[in-house]
Design a protein around this ligand. Structure first.
Ligand code: FES
Length: 159
């Protein structure tokens, strides 16, 4: 099925066009708009975004932006998207233990989604909370100074 903005997103897109007259500046908010609607932005949606923004913006521009930021999910994710920071502070403070523990509990590998589509576990670059390492983000919420016990509690609260 070919993707097209919902009525609400179409209105929002038109408003964004007036707010960001430079077409390059439109890429980030429009990617976010689609992600808010669908939960992810794959290549088909990126092509749609490029077509809707119009020349000189092409798929390569949209793809470049979408793949630079871990904020954008390039494929469908579970209801709870668990993003574990893998950058230096979190690495030194044991992010590997957190990832292994989570993956074992959920019976998936990093980058995978559980069969019931409830959880996806991803490794991401610095989320800007280095002083509270190790940390992870689940959907839009940060969880910091993690321990394995803390991770269990968080997981139970989501199940
Ligand atoms: S290194 Fe993990 S939040 Fe910055």
């Amino acid at each position: 099925m070919t993707y097209k903005f919902s009525e609400t997103s179409e209105k929002r897109f038109q408003k964004l066009q007036t707010m960001f007259p430079d077409k390059r500046s439109l890429i980030l908010p429009v990617l976010y708009l689609v992600q808010k609607e669908l939960g992810f932005v794959d290549k088909e949606k990126m092509q749609y975004i490029a077509d809707r923004i119009g020349s000189p913006i092409e798929l390569a521009h949209v793809y470049g932006v979408a793949t630079f930021y871990t904020l954008y999910n390039k494929k469908e994710v579970g209801k709870y998207h668990i993003q574990i920071c893998e950058n230096i502070s979190c690495y030194v403070m044991g992010n590997d233990n957190i990832t292994n523990h989570l993956c074992k509990k959920l019976n998936i590998q990093k980058g995978e989604t559980t069969a019931d589509k409830k959880f996806t576990v991803s490794g991401v670059q610095c989320l800007g909370a280095c002083g509270y390492a190790p940390m992870m983000q689940i959907n839009e919420k940060y969880y910091e100074n993690l321990t394995l016990e803390e991770v269990d509690k968080i997981l139970n609260s989501l199940e």
